[in-house]
Design a protein around this ligand. Structure first.
Ligand code: CP
Ligand code: NVA
Length: 309
């Protein structure tokens, strides 16, 4: 996706619909090549620094594998081991790292910090999850629906649970591709009004639809895909008890998915909590695509890296 060369990837509302769809299609191509054992060395000699302020399995390993498959190198940087973990400024860190690396991928507590890093760095910055967005996840999610359902436009995806970072990026991604996204959360845990407004504006141009309800059955009715995420995101551990209470009735279980299309896909960004946001019967059942979805992080991110670098 030529237009993304040298750009940051912080949030999907900064991309055009064609760019989002282009990344998904490039992901399809790179996945097919990989399945044939072909790994074009598009990023030979390129170095990605990967800064983590939070835990990660999928993001860390898929980005590192992706860089290696593309002929480049990735460096895991735990923020606690860096001087930034003991107070060195984002400003100084951004300028210093720009001299060593070709791009930065960062998972951070605060989106504002990632924005500052991107503003100050002279190299592209990729968001690997913040408090408000998880764009690389949403690209892999689109890729998974595109593979299984053949197309995105006109498909209905229901997101049930917490209106969090994963939900925000999914809502914008769905709007960009002309999908219908129906979100069900308890009151008080809705997606951010800014995100909903942005997504509605994008959907107005693509023919997509964006809606919110507090009724999971309404959201899931007729859905092609049913998506959920943890009720307690990283950094919210102290709220666990209150959240378990607030999200009662929002578990994606057999009774709920009966309202979706018979061939619905179950999706979850992982890590999952069986018996909380999803029943074991659904996440481990025949309609679950969670491992294909997790694998697609690799392919979608290779598309991002190849385009940006
Ligand atoms: N889905 C996701 O981002 O997983 P990790 O936290 O393991 O990276
Ligand atoms: N919403 C979750 C996603 C983890 C990949 C979190 O932020 O912890």
């Amino acid at each position: 996706v030529e237009s993304l060369k040298g750009k940051d990837l912080l949030a999907l509302d900064q991309l055009s619909g064609d760019e989002v769809k282009g990344l998904v299609e490039l992901g399809v191509v790179l996945k097919k090549l990989g399945s044939e054992g072909r790994y074009p060395k598009l990023l030979a000699g390129k170095i990605l620094g990967m800064i983590f302020e939070k835990h990660s399995t999928r993001t860390r390993i898929s980005f590192e594998s992706g860089m290696i498959q593309l002929g480049g190198h990735a460096m895991y940087l735990n923020s606690r081991d860096m001087q930034i973990g003991r107070g060195e400024s984002v400003y100084d860190t951004a300028h210093v790292l720009s001299g060593y690396l070709d791009a930065i991928m960062i998972r951070a507590n605060k989106h504002t910090m990632v924005q500052e890093l991107a503003d100050e760095a002279s190299i592209p910055v990729i968001n690997g999850l913040t408090d408000i967005y998880h764009p690389c996840q949403a690209l892999a999610d689109l890729l998974t629906v595109r593979e299984v359902k053949g197309a995105l436009e006109g498909r209905k995806i229901a997101y049930v649970g917490d209106g969090n970072n994963v939900a925000h990026s999914l809502i914008i991604a769905a709007a960009h591709t002309g999908m219908e996204i129906a979100v069900a959360t308890p009151e008080g845990y809705e997606p951010s009004p800014d995100v909903m407004e942005t997504a509605v504006a994008i959907a107005g141009k693509t023919g997509g639809q964006v809606s919110w309800t507090s009724d999971p059955v309404k959201a899931v009715s007729g859905a092609d895909a049913v998506y959920t995420d943890t009720w307690t995101s990283m950094g919210q551990e102290e709220e666990t008890a209150a959240r378990l209470q607030a999200f009662k009735g929002f578990m994606v279980d057999d009774a709920l998915v009966k309202h979706a299309k018979e061939d619905y896909m179950f999706l979850h960004c992982l890590p999952a909590h069986r018996g909380e946001e999803v029943s074991a019967s659904v996440i481990d059942g025949p309609n679950s695509y969670i491992f294909q979805q997790a694998e697609n992080r690799l392919h979608a991110q290779k598309a991002v890296l190849a385009s940006i670098l």
